[in-house]
Design a protein. Structure first.
Length: 80
């Protein structure tokens, strides 16, 4: 979940949220970012709303605009 949290942090910083990567890493090391619920709570406290959705590649191709997002891949990597 660390890669996911750091990727969300990249998007949040790009949109003006002051959330340093080292703070996210420290929180992860403390065991507070172990699942989707904890990720949601952590970023909510920072004023960042996150939603987990399952989607197909074909659904993304149909959209004219994509909101800033983090894609969680099957192999555990993330794409911003």
């Amino acid at each position: 979940m660390l890669a996911t949290a750091l990727s969300i942090g990249v998007v949040a910083r790009r949109l003006g949220c002051q959330l340093p990567a080292d703070q996210i890493e420290k929180t992860h090391q403390a065991g507070e970012l172990a699942d989707e619920r904890q990720l949601g709570e952590y970023f909510s406290r920072a004023g960042v709303s996150i939603q987990f959705r399952r989607t197909k590649g074909s659904d993304l191709e149909k959209r004219a605009y994509l909101f800033p997002c983090v894609a969680l891949m099957r192999d555990g990597t993330t794409l911003v």
